[in-house]
Ligand binder design. Structure first.
Ligand code: SAM
Length: 232
């Protein structure tokens, strides 16, 4: 059975669109949406040999080879321009996801929706989306097996639309949609981040009073204040 996390990612795929799932490991996501009949054609891209073979095996064993193409390669390099409407990238760090998009800019022509699920640093993705005129249209945060996951959905458009310019720093960090909803996993995630920062802060307070440490402390204090304000 598909994880709740990947089911939620799948839920944002527009019915009938062709998709590329980049970093597809077992190709679970493409298999699921193709089997459900929601997607007529999918590409599963994988850069590492082991997961690439697992993806191929999975697609063969589910007899979906006519509808799912498993390709080996780095990021969006496995795509031809205009081949898919929607790209999903899940289960990696936000910085890696942003760099995959950056390196594949020419392949994004014709893509109408991005569904991204960073394991950490969703902020890198939000910043990348603004810089490249993708508009964040939805966000979701969920907890599964004790881990908290964020999902970011974007379409070409007005990148600043979802943000309140006065709160841009906290919204880039925590998400404009997520910050206004403040669901249980959201509050849990940021409380645990704050705890982490406080731990680092108290270590820094015991350490030598260098300029570098002073700067780090100030950054942490600012972040703590910012997150506290959103949670309030
Ligand atoms: N997307 C699946 C999920 O969410 O369950 C698999 C996540 S797995 C942790 C990340 C996968 O991305 C790995 O199989 C890894 O080999 C692959 N990957 C990492 N960097 C990649 C890149 N630049 N291009 C394609 N695949 C990549």
């Amino acid at each position: 059975k598909l994880s709740q996390r990947l089911q939620s990612v799948a839920g944002y795929i527009p019915e009938g669109s062709s998709i590329a799932d980049i970093g597809s490991d077992h190709a679970y996501l493409p298999c699921h949406v193709v089997k459900k009949g929601r997607v007529p054609f999918a590409i599963a891209g994988e850069v590492v040999e082991g997961p690439f073979q697992s993806a191929k095996k999975q697609v063969e064993s589910e007899e979906l080879t006519n509808q799912i193409d498993v390709r080996k390669g780095d990021g969006l390099a496995v795509l031809s321009p205009g081949e898919v409407d929607c790209i999903t990238i899940a289960g990696m760090g936000g910085a890696l996801i942003a760099s995959i998009l950056e390196q594949g800019l020419d392949k994004l022509e014709g893509v109408t929706r991005l569904i991204l699920q960073p394991n950490l640093s969703a902020q890198s993705i939000r910043v990348w989306l603004i810089d490249h005129e993708w508009q964040l249209i939805a966000e979701e945060i969920l907890e599964e097996d004790g881990k908290i996951y964020e999902i970011l959905v974007a379409e070409k458009g007005e990148p600043h639309r979802p943000y309140n310019q006065e709160k841009i720093h906290s919204e880039l960090l925590m998400g404009p949609f997520l910050s206004s909803k403040k669901t249980e996993p959201f509050v849990k995630k940021w409380k645990s981040e704050m705890k982490n920062w406080m731990r680092i802060l108290s270590k820094l307070e015991q350490a030598a009073d260098t300029e570098d440490n002073r700067q780090k402390k100030e950054e942490l204090q600012n972040k703590l204040r910012m997150v506290e304000e959103v949670l309030d």
